[in-house]
Design a protein around this ligand. Structure first.
Ligand code: ADP
Length: 239
């Protein structure tokens, strides 16, 4: 599913957090929104999800104007920062929750089968009955991804998917997310402030500053030809 943002603006009171962003994400592409804290990344992601609505501009999913379509009807899977798993639900229940809130009706057996398929996909077989407090950070991240995929989304959106993990786990999960993306071919947009992560994982990187796109291109393009002192400095700053 191709996504197009046309001149999208978002204001909070009088503060313009997103200042006329136009962007196209090709079907099956894996794109990173990269920028410093406060540059508008999460707000853009939430507008694509339908968790926030644009004050101006339009968002298209394929040929459909999705600008004002609510989140439940958009067909997106969302992985929140810090995973936001439900602590009182097991791994299996967390994953099934995604299906229960979607509009498509499923029988109990269908839900169980689908949860098991998803657990296999994210390599967490056998952890169905654990609670989030009983699994590692990397495993929680996998559960969050399985929950997002449970609705068969047309689009996968991830907010700082690896932010809370240590460097080794982050590296492994990055490779693994790439594999899952390539296997499912799902249009994916993720937010990060980590230059290395964006450059390593994404097909295309969109660099933001103060609510506007300053440069976009393949990792090679933006590294080879940074178009401003800001991009040069930002890409040079690894944390
Ligand atoms: P990023 O994800 O790049 O860190 P955000 O999209 O979270 O940036 O935020 C962009 C700007 O909008 C920030 O200055 C932030 O404080 C502001 N902002 C985000 N959400 C809200 C909100 N709900 N109310 C007021 N200001 C907000």
């Amino acid at each position: 599913m191709k996504i197009v943002l046309e001149n999208v603006v978002k204001e909070f009171n009088t503060f313009r957090a997103v200042r006329g962003v136009s962007l196209e994400i090709g079907s099956g592409e894996l794109v990173a929104l990269l920028g410093p804290s406060g540059s508008g990344k999460t707000t853009i992601l939430r507008m694509v999800a339908g968790l926030e609505f644009a004050d101006q501009g339009a968002i298209y999913f394929g040929d459909e104007d999705a600008t004002n379509i609510p989140v439940r009807e958009r067909g997106v899977g969302f992985v929140f920062q810090h995973y936001a798993l439900f602590p009182h639900m097991t791994v299996g229940e967390n994953i099934a929750f995604g299906m229960k809130v979607s509009k498509k009706a499923r029988s109990k057996q269908e839900i169980t089968d689908r949860v098991n398929d998803l657990l296999r996909l994210v390599k967490l077989e056998g952890l169905n009955d654990r609670f989030p407090s009983q699994i590692s950070g990397g495993q929680k991240q996998r559960v969050a991804l399985a929950r997002a995929l449970a609705v068969d989304p047309k689009v996968l959106l991830l907010d700082e998917p690896f932010g809370a993990l240590d460097a080794n786990v982050r590296h492994d999960l990055r490779r693994w997310l790439r594999e899952i993306h390539d296997e499912l071919g799902i249009t994916t947009l993720f937010v990060t402030h980590d230059q290395e992560e964006a450059l390593d994982l994404a097909d295309r990187v969109v660099i933001l500053d103060q609510g506007a796109i300053v440069q976009e291109g393949t990792p090679e393009q933006v590294c080879r030809e940074p178009n401003s002192a800001f991009v040069m400095k930002f890409l040079g700053d690894t944390n």
